[in-house]
Ligand binder design. Structure first.
Ligand code: CA
Length: 426
């Protein structure tokens, strides 16, 4: 089925500001609370939020097989379970309704009052109920940088890294939407030169520039997803700030990997941009040498050209863009991650979230964490206004932005923004 929603010539009767991440070709999905305290599933064009629950009740999806309450829910999980064909039908229909050449809703003032909201009239929620969250470690530059700092520059990559997408199971309960403040965690750390740990606020709170993909029900327990089908089970992507406490991490991570250093907060952008909307920006991932095992070989280009930026904003100060990276730098693709995740028969459900791992590029200004940008505290960053930073300080706000741009078409994710609060008193 064609993706009519992607037609780059299409114009909407809803105003789309210049450089908006949300032209009519985007049509992301999210969940919001309306001014009437109703939770609904919606989409967005320009700076207008669109209530899909109300649209469905008013008959705008009548030719698509959908249950009556599919959009009147507090999560996208059931809609995502309906599968790729339904996602595509719904996006195509939304594109048609909001096309400048379609009069139906455009000329129905009563319906517009019910369906359309300004962004200041809504409050974005988590878009899915996240059952399981997995975090990968798929940027070669990031793994090399961290391996150099934490272990040995000569053997920065461990022997498994070039053969499989390394990952671990994270904690879905602490994934929060953009705008929710994050509390500096208390925990155990081993001070430099000491041989017994101390307890207190982490001194090395960091962000990790990641993206995460959201899956649909993909397989039954015991059955793998072949790599050629893997993308069919990916609904879309969000920006993902995987907050990390480096000093806690360094002490606790041997031998089972990340634990309390990683599970205190992960912040996501609220609109899920679909794989269909990203299709025009598909691109090759880095060449893989050695060639992966056959179950990880992907025939078509498996990455997407998504510009990523990180702003750091100290309390009461101006923003400084401290990192510019790109999703296409990832060594392992999403399809490879999902094929690997399920090759042992592990079941994946609707609403599961898979983090890419920190996305670092080849140059020092493209590193996706403070750990790398300030090289474990050795090279402090100077911000606009003269302040310096090695890690994130109380009151700092970290903002990620992500967007694709090609031939005058821009599809973006908006932002994920979160402010770090001081630790709770001991
Ligand atoms: Ca991570």
């Amino acid at each position: 089925m064609a993706i009519y929603a992607n037609d780059p010539r299409r114009k909407s009767w809803i105003n789309v500001p210049e450089h908006s991440d949300f032209p009519i070709q985007n049509i992301p999905f999210g969940v919001f609370l309306t001014r009437d305290d109703v939770i609904t599933i919606g989409t967005r064009i320009g700076d207008t939020a669109i209530d899909l629950g109300a649209m469905h009740q008013l008959g705008y999806f009548r030719d698509i097989p959908l249950t009556e309450d599919i959009f009147l829910q507090d999560s996208l999980n059931d809609f995502i379970s309906d599968g790729k064909k339904t996602w595509r039908l719904v996006r195509n229909r939304i594109a048609e309704v909001f096309d400048v050449n379609t009069p139906d809703l455009q000329e129905n003032e009563a319906h517009k009052k019910i369906i359309l909201f300004g962004l200041d009239e809504i409050e974005m929620q988590l878009p899915v109920q996240i059952g399981d969250y997995t975090d990968f470690y798929s940027s070669k530059e990031h793994a090399t940088n961290v391996g150099s700092m934490f272990r040995d520059p000569e053997n920065a990559l461990l022997p498994n890294w070039l053969h499989l997408p390394v990952g671990y199971h994270g904690r879905s309960s602490s994934i929060i939407p953009s705008g929710t403040p994050v509390r500096r965690p208390n925990g155990q750390t081993l001070p430099q030169g000491a041989d017994t740990p101390v307890f207190g606020p982490s001194k090395r709170v960091d962000f990790e520039l990641e993206m995460a993909f959201v899956t649909t029900d993909a397989n039954t327990l015991g059955e793998p997803i072949p790599i050629a089908e893997a993308e069919d089970y990916i609904f879309g992507l969000v920006l993902f700030n995987d907050w990390s406490a480096r000093d806690i991490q360094k002490w606790e991570y041997v031998p089972l990997g990340p634990f309390l250093a990683k599970n205190f907060a992960s912040s996501i952008s609220p609109w899920i941009v679909t794989m269909d909307a990203l299709e025009p920006f598909r691109t090759a991932s880095p060449a893989q040498q050695p060639a992966p095992l056959p179950y990880l070989r992907q025939e078509r280009p498996g990455s997407f050209d998504i510009h990523l930026e990180v702003d750091l904003i100290p309390d009461g100060s101006d923003a400084t863009t401290i990192c510019r990276s790109n999703f296409k730098y990832m060594y392992w693709t999403m399809a490879q991650q999902l094929a690997h995740h399920t090759v042992n028969g592990c079941k994946v459900n609707s609403g599961d979230m898979m983090g890419s791992g920190t996305i670092s590029g080849p140059t020092p200004d493209s590193y996706g964490s403070m750990l790398e940008l300030a090289w474990a505290g050795k090279k402090p960053l100077t911000l606009e206004g003269g302040q310096t930073r090695t890690f994130i300080e109380d009151g700092d706000t970290v903002v990620f932005r992500g967007f694709c741009e090609k031939n005058g078409l821009r599809i973006g994710f908006g932002e994920v923004s979160s402010r770090l609060l001081p630790a709770l008193p001991l």
